[in-house]
Design a protein around this ligand. Structure first.
Ligand code: PMP
Length: 395
């Protein structure tokens, strides 16, 4: 059959990142390529217990169809958490989604007409780029430094693209760089958005996993008008297989999102929503997050010490205070694919930086993950990686 796909479907079947993850999945390879949370931290026993309780107490209701904006109990629990973080909201400001990936898709679905500009960090979360592209967005990348998106470059980008629909930002422990935008930049981002009347899409899956330094309030807490669509997820603070996230935004926008979500999946899995609501009512999720932070702090520390010991002097890398990732920039225009191949030959892997860039690619960059790696393997892997970088730089 010669399929006549819509314009939303990519022409190529190429899946470069999938291929890398496949190669990196070889058990002989120490892989820093994935972005997975540590499965040994999933609260399996607690989830099992609250699942039983849900079946016993409200099984028939949990297994029934439900409303598209999500279980009221769960929205209530999330609203309480959000208010504690300074985001003033009630349950009608919240819609439950099938993970942040769906929140990004829903936002794109509601706002992007082909040709509309979406401004993104350069580099950024590549699956968000894929979503925006699938709706025909014109992507404009904004240069970052160690403190995230540069605000003068952001203003220039918004000014140059009057059809900008929104700025997509991951302000805390960004994927892929691990960078965090300080409060003054968050304030400035709001000022720019106000001045040019654009929205901000704040994607915050990692903000709760701060293991060093001081908390920085979400961008949404700086707004004067309700122009920030805030989204987060249980993927990194509980378990990604649950596939539950949420959006906080103005009530009239949540109504539109609800209508649009109905057309996609009617509502997110109702049983899972009940399970998470019960978990949050029974346990203090912050106690669980504290355990995650402790483990990730240790792994990040081991990786950072090894990087300092084994990477060549002039290699630049981020120093994350939370989240899952470190970003590495090797100077001298090196070919990241060559470096990747050398690494695979030496049984270590990372994700090359190229796919994370919307337009202008900076060569010699790559992402390392430390959350899902046995501690004794981190040092060995970084030692191999350091050697491979040296070899590739000297070629
Ligand atoms: N946004 C970012 C920045 C992410 O890194 C991820 C997942 N790695 C997502 C969204 C999607 O998260 P979820 O599992 O909630 O769909």
């Amino acid at each position: 059959m010669d399929y006549q796909f819509s314009r939303n479907v990519p022409v190529s079947d190429e899946d470069p990142v999938g291929n890398i993850l496949k190669v990196a999945g070889d058990p002989n390879i120490i892989s820093f390529a994935g972005g997975l949370p540590a499965p040994e931290l999933f609260p399996v026993e607690e989830l099992k217990q609250v699942t039983d309780a849900v079946y016993d107490e409200s099984g028939r209701q949990a297994l029934q169809y439900s409303i598209a904006n999500g279980d009221p109990e769960l929205r209530d629990q999330i609203a309480k958490r959000m208010n504690k973080q300074g985001i003033t909201c009630d349950t009608d400001n919240i819609i439950i989604t099938t993970g942040s990936q769906q929140s990004i898709d829903l936002t794109a679905k509601c706002f992007i007409n082909p040709g509309d500009t979406v401004i993104v960090e350069q580099p950024t979360y590549l699956c968000a780029l894929d979503v925006f592209r699938s709706y025909g967005a014109h992507l404009v990348g904004v240069e970052m430094d160690d403190d995230g998106m540069k605000m003068d470059a952001l203003e220039a980008a918004v000014q140059a693209n009057p059809n900008t629909k929104f700025i997509y930002t991951i302000p805390s422990f960004q994927n892929p760089t691990g960078r965090t935008m300080p409060a003054d930049r968050r304030q400035k981002m709001i000022d720019i958005a106000d001045k040019y009347n654009v929205m901000i899409l704040e994607d915050d899956p990692y903000g709760a996993i701060r293991f060093a330094g001081e908390d920085v309030a979400p961008v949404k807490t700086f707004e004067h008008e309700e122009r920030v669509i805030y989204m987060s997820t249980f993927s990194k603070i509980l378990a990604p297989g649950l596939r539950i996230g949420w959006v906080v935004a103005e009530k009239k926008l949540i109504k539109k999102f609800t209508l649009m979500k109905q057309t996609v999946d009617v509502h997110s899995d109702n049983l899972t929503q009940h399970i998470i609501a019960k978990y949050m009512a029974t346990y203090n999720i912050d106690d669980h997050i504290a355990k995650i932070k402790q483990v990730y702090r240790k792994r990040e520390g081991i990786m950072m010490d090894a990087i300092q010991e084994y990477f060549p002097e002039n290699v630049h890398y981020s120093h994350p205070e939370g989240g899952l990732f470190i970003w590495v920039e090797v100077p001298g225009n090196i070919n990241t694919q060559d470096l990747f191949n050398t690494c695979i030959a030496n049984n270590v892997a990372f994700v090359p930086g190229e796919p994370f860039y919307a337009d202008k690619v900076i060569p010699g960059t790559f992402r390392l993950n430390y959350s899902n790696m046995a501690e004794d393997q981190i040092k060995v892997g970084i030692q191999r990686l350091g050697k491979a970088i040296e070899e590739t730089m000297n070629e």
